[in-house]
Design a protein around this ligand. Structure first.
Ligand SMILES: [Zn+2]
Length: 491
């Protein structure tokens, strides 16, 4: 009897996600699992992918995603899927989804389903599956805004409000979230003290959930801000993930040397602290948050370096710099920013150039760093990271610049991420693992998206498999939506 599989990936160089070099092997997939790693006879049955000359790796885990709502409005998730991402970890930077009425909705008007808990969110996801798998961090922001009844209250939470936040956090963990996130430059998170956050984070302990933080400052106060995140980890007794590790603003370039040393010291003292990074010199967030954090007041040239990405109702401004609009309107830049927010709301997203290329390289090479896109897939000019992060690391930084071996780059996208975020049987290739897989060409793989043409898909990433189902076949999205909610510690 010839062997029978649903899918056979034949003749590729297989990277198992552990950081080990590749081995030549065929893969046999049945249902949602890899059931055979090794030689598979020519007479075996099943759809065959010819991977000769190509690399085969576990599907990429995007540990820093903001696709909480996008998975419903754009379920094909082209930006992520086409770059080889098979699982997104949503809810980063404190931007969670529950309570829904207190959550920050995205800058498009697409209708979203309703939910009343994290458990509910996962149910909705099962009813409306996207093309990728979805793991969730519970964002601190809606918990605080929901408990206090306002996102702008600068006071500490009361005892009762804190109890409510902790109850919601517990429900999130019981429902399968992987941890909690904060975004301490944003309202309402910025008004929470270390004590308050550590108190809510203590709900993570019995689940071994992690604390992921967009820290309180990424420039002048970078080291203090990292120290706060680590102190929250120590005090609550939980593992820590520093979000999008960088030094932002030219004055602070080079500071990542110190922040990396700080991570090493904390690790040596026994703290489980790691970070994620997107491989670009521009960041992206809400324009209103840039203004609130003084970006336009501090820096005369800030307008030149800020491009509008998503502007609800004013697509004609997307792609233009704030300096350009300010000069057209004959206004100082900070007033032009105010006008944009007045007319388009505080959901406007912008791209801001402020990171040093050598810093990007140094953080990427460091063993504490894994890969997360931080993509914001809205508007006509989203930051290109939503479409290009993973192929850019593989093509530009690993192959072309030789900064890190391919197996190391892949480990940062797969095995390292799965271990930290408690996603068993993913981020690895072995018999019995979930069949989340990518087949790519190491010689040609590269990002296509640029700041000008930011929805261009990558090249050299011809096959993507999610839970055993082919989602990208020969470079084309098949329309399949086999994604699932991925619960902590469950495959
Ligand atoms: Zn962030």
């Amino acid at each position: 009897m010839p062997e029978q599989y649903d899918l056979i990936i034949r003749g590729g160089s297989v990277f198992d996600g552990s950081g080990a070099p590749s081995v030549d092997a065929d893969l046999g997939i049945s249902g949602d699992r890899v059931v055979r790693v090794g030689a598979i006879g020519e007479d075996a049955g099943g759809e065959v992918v010819d991977a000769s000359g190509l690399a085969v790796a576990p599907g990429f885990i995007d540990v820093h995603a903001h696709d909480d709502w996008l998975v419903f409005s754009e379920p094909d998730m082209e930006g992520k899927v086409m770059q080889g991402v098979t699982t997104v970890v949503n809810g980063n930077c404190g931007w969670g989804v529950h309570p829904q009425s207190a959550a920050r909705t995205p800058p498009d008007n697409s209708p979203v389903p309703e939910w009343n808990s994290y458990g509910d969110y996962f149910k909705v996801l099962a009813e409306r599956p996207p093309s990728v798998n979805v793991a969730m961090l519970a964002g601190f922001g809606p918990l605080r805004a929901g408990a206090i009844g306002s996102a702008t209250e600068e006071r500490p939470a009361s005892v009762a409000e804190l109890a409510q936040m902790r109850a919601w956090m517990r429900e999130a963990m019981e429902s399968g979230c992987v941890g909690m996130s904060t975004g301490l430059i944003y309202e309402p998170d910025r008004y929470a003290s270390l004590d308050e956050i550590a108190s809510v984070a203590s709900e993570l302990v019995e689940f071994d959930g992690l604390y992921a933080s967009h820290v309180r400052g990424e420039g002048e106060t970078l080291l203090e801000a990292h120290a706060e995140a680590m102190e929250i980890g120590r005090r609550a007794g939980v593992r820590v993930q520093i979000s999008h590790h960088k030094a932002s603003g030219q004055e602070w370039w080079g500071k990542v040397t110190q922040s990396l040393a700080q991570i090493e010291r904390a690790q040596a003292e026994g703290l489980d602290v790691t970070a994620d990074q997107y491989p670009y010199t521009a960041s992206s967030t809400r324009l209103a948050a840039m203004a609130q954090n003084g970006q336009f007041a501090r820096d005369d040239d800030a307008g030149e370096r800020v491009l509008l990405a998503a502007v609800p109702g004013h697509a004609e401004w997307e792609g233009r710099s704030m300096a350009d609009l300010a000069s057209e309107w004959d206004l100082p830049v900070d007033q032009a920013v105010e006008r944009v927010i007045e007319q388009a709301g505080d959901g406007v997203f912008a791209v801001s150039f402020g990171i040093n290329e050598d810093d990007v390289r140094m953080v990427l090479q460091h063993p504490s760093t894994m890969i997360g896109s931080d993509g914001l897939g809205y508007g006509s000019k989203p930051h290109p990271r939503h479409y290009g992060t993973f192929p850019r690391v593989l093509g530009r930084y690993s192959r072309d610049e030789g900064l890190l071996p391919l197996e190391t780059a892949l480990h940062k996208m797969t095995g390292m991420a799965a271990a930290k975020f408690h996603l068993p049987d993913r981020g690895t290739i072995r018999e019995g693992a979930i069949a989340d897989l990518v087949v790519f060409d190491p010689a040609t793989v590269i990002d296509g998206a640029t700041y000008e043409d930011s929805r261009r898909t990558p090249v050299g990433m011809p096959w993507v498999v999610v839970n055993g189902t082919v989602v990208v076949r020969d470079g084309t999205h098949t329309g399949a939506r086999p994604g699932r909610g991925v619960l902590r510690d469950q495959s």
